[in-house]
Design a protein around this ligand. Structure first.
Ligand code: NAI
Length: 320
């Protein structure tokens, strides 16, 4: 486990790599031997304006350090063009980091159609468009590593970010299914929630945190998840300031409130059993819909001696 992680011969597309987190991923991939497509539209944080400068500068930085990179200025909504840039210049695509993003924060009652649509289009539809273009290539070559960029604002919600939260948790759902469909072809997909001082968090993070949480601390997690030695797929990870961790779902043991086969459950029975229903003592950590339905089947079976729910035979309970 002491060997250096290299990406020689691999081609990595990083979207929104003209600054912030994407730039730090592009530089680290470039320094580890990957050929990098530096995509960036060069707009402002709200998604307005355009410039080729941002991507060009990062390409220059990679080249000056002895690496190989090419710029692409398309919006992530034109995913095929970005993937085509990789194919035209380097002949393949092995790694895709969906990182491009904008913010249009407003309290929920004041959100406009444009604020909603633009954020969905760049984050969710953008990641979908680039991933859909790259996925068949990765599947065919039986190798691919994809990253989706979510946010704790998606996981927990955040005041003023209904549009962003919805898009960011949507990316987790997308990632989980891409991970399931890609796994047997060695195409892995993982999601990250970074926290970092970038133009996006300027004025949001306190100044001392802004300086401490450098984008360079997030990049090592992204590179590891994108390496061929990393076997994990379908995970949700967090990285900030040199700290790394993983999220998982937790489901209470719950309670079957139905008293007999024919009986229905009243709202009062739900109310009267509320403490037990939400008690996390003995909680489970299902990692798939199969594990989830197996747990349900066991709960119903335990209650009645038989179950109406048919589970997948490969399902495993993950009670812990
Ligand atoms: P940033 O604003 O520095 O970087 C985003 C980049 O995406 C910019 O260079 C921008 O030009 C580019 N971009 C925007 N729309 C694009 C489009 N349609 N096509 C191509 N490129 C486009 O911000 P930062 O912080 O580096 O954000 C990177 C990602 O990380 C974003 O998805 C963001 O939502 C996410 N994130 C960042 C956090 C942080 O603490 N900085 C926290 C959680 C998530």
């Amino acid at each position: 486990m002491s060997s250096t992680l290299r990406f020689d011969g691999k081609v990595a597309i990083i979207t929104g790599a003209g600054g912030g987190l994407g730039r730090s991923y592009a530089l680290l991939f470039g320094s580890r031997g990957a050929k990098v497509v530096v995509n960036d539209l060069g707009g402002d944080t709200k998604g307005e304006g355009k410039s080729s400068r941002a991507a060009d500068k990062v390409v220059e930085e990679i080249q000056n350090a002895g690496g190989i990179a090419v710029a692409n200025y398309n919006s992530v909504e034109d995913g095929e063009k970005i993937v085509q840039t990789a194919l035209d210049n380097f002949g393949r695509v092995d790694i895709l980091v969906n990182n491009a993003g904008i913010l249009r924060d407003r309290s929920f009652a004041r959100i406009s159609d444009t604020d909603w649509d633009l954020v969905q289009r760049v984050h969710l539809r953008g990641a979908f468009m680039v991933t859909r273009a790259a996925f068949p290539i990765m599947k065919k070559q039986k190798y691919g590593r994809i990253i989706m960029t979510s946010s704790t604002s998606g996981v927990y919600g955040n005041f003023g970010q209904a549009n962003y939260s919805a898009a960011k948790l949507g990316l987790l759902g997308l990632s989980n299914t891409v991970a399931i469909e890609g796994y047997k072809y060695n195409v892995h997909c993982n999601t990250i929630t970074p926290v970092s001082g970038t133009r996006m968090t300027e004025g949001v993070l306190p100044p001392e945190m802004f300086d401490e949480l450098k984008p360079e601390f997030v990049a090592p997690l992204v590179l590891w998840l994108c390496h061929e030695d990393c076997e994990d797929s379908g995970g949700l990870y967090k990285a900030a300031g040199g700290w790394y961790g993983k999220f998982r779902w937790e489901l209470t043991e719950g309670l079957v409130c139905q008293k007999s086969q024919e009986a229905l459950v009243t709202p009062e029975e739900v109310r009267d059993n509320w403490e037990k229903i939400i008690d996390f003592k003995g909680a489970h950590h299902p990692a798939s819909t199969y594990e989830d339905s197996a747990l349900l089947a066991m709960a119903l079976q335990g209650n009645r001696g038989n179950s109406k729910v048919k589970t997948n035979p490969t399902a495993a309970s993950s009670a812990s």
